[in-house]
Design a protein around this ligand. Sequence first.
Ligand code: NAD
Length: 269
Amino acid sequence: MGNGIAQVAARAGFDVVMHDVQDGFLQRGLGAIDKSLQRDVDKERLSADEKAAIISRIKATTDLNALSGASLVVEAVTEDLKVKTELFGALDRVLPPESILASNTSSISITKLAAATQRPDKVIGMHFMNPVPVMKLVEVIRGIATSDATYEKIRALTEKLGKTALDCHDSPGFVSNRVLMPMINEAIFTLHEGVATRESIDGIMKLGMNHPMGPLALADFIGLDVCLAILRVLYDGFGDPKYRACPLLRQYVDAGWLGRKTGRGFYEY
Ligand SMILES: NC(=O)c1ccc[n+]([C@@H]2O[C@H](COP(=O)([O-])OP(=O)(O)OC[C@H]3O[C@@H](n4cnc5c(N)ncnc54)[C@H](O)[C@@H]3O)[C@@H](O)[C@H]2O)c1
C-alpha cells in the first residue's frame, strides 16, 4: 500500500520520501512503482519522460529522520496497534509541529493513534484502497480530536491526488471493512465447512452478485494477515461474536500462507 500511495502522490507532483525498516522492502516497493508506471507508458497513458520525472520525485530511505521536513506523513505499516502507536510517537518527535499525521489503517482507531502523539488535532485516517493507483476511493476518518483545519486539508489533498474522499466516523473497521470483512470471513467459513470449492464460492459471488473478484481471491489480494488483523479489531471493538475469524483463516496465517504476497493463500501464485 505504501508504494501505491507514494506513486499516486509523486504523480500528482509532490516530492515523496518513502520510508521502511529494510532496504530490500524499499527496493521491492520501487520496483512495483516502476512496473505500474511502465504499464501506463506501454498503454500510451504516460510518456517515458513523465515516468522518469515521477520516479525522480521519490526518495527511499530507512532513516526516519529523513521525514523531518515533511508537511504530511501517510503511515501504511503493518496493521498492528503497537507497531503503529510506536511509530506515531517517533514521528511526533521527528516532524515539525504543524505537520499532519495520516494513517492508512484498515480498522484501527484513529483516536488511539492520535493519543500516542502530542498533536491529536493533526491526526486523521486516510484509508486508500488496493491497488492505490487504480482505486478512486479514500475513506477519510476523523478521530475525536481531529481539527476542522486538518480535515479540510486532507479532503483538498485527496482531490488533488485524483481521488474521491468519503467521510466516516472513527468506528472499528470504519465502513469499508466493517461491511467487507464479514463477507470475506463468511466465504472462508463456507470453504472450511465444505459447502463449495474455492472456485465455486468465488464464481457464485462474481457471476451472481457482479463482484469483479470473488471474496477468496480478494482476501488473497488484500493479504490474509491483514484480513485477520481487521477481523480481530472488529471482534474486540464491538465485542460481538459475529466478527469471530474463521479458524481456517487463522490456520492459513499461522502457516505463513498470506495470499499473493507469499505465493500461497486460498490460491497458488
Ligand atoms: N492490503 C490491502 O489491501 C490494504 C488496503 C487498505 C489499507 N491497508 C492498510 O495499509 C497498511 C499496510 O498494509 P499492506 O498490505 O501494505 O501491509 P504489508 O505488510 O504488505 O506492508 C507493510 C510494510 O510496512 C513496513 N513496516 C513495518 N513496520 C514499520 C515501521 N515501524 N516503520 C516503517 N515501516 C514499517 C513493513 O516492512 C512492510 O514493508 C495496513 O495498515 C493495512 O491495514 C491495506
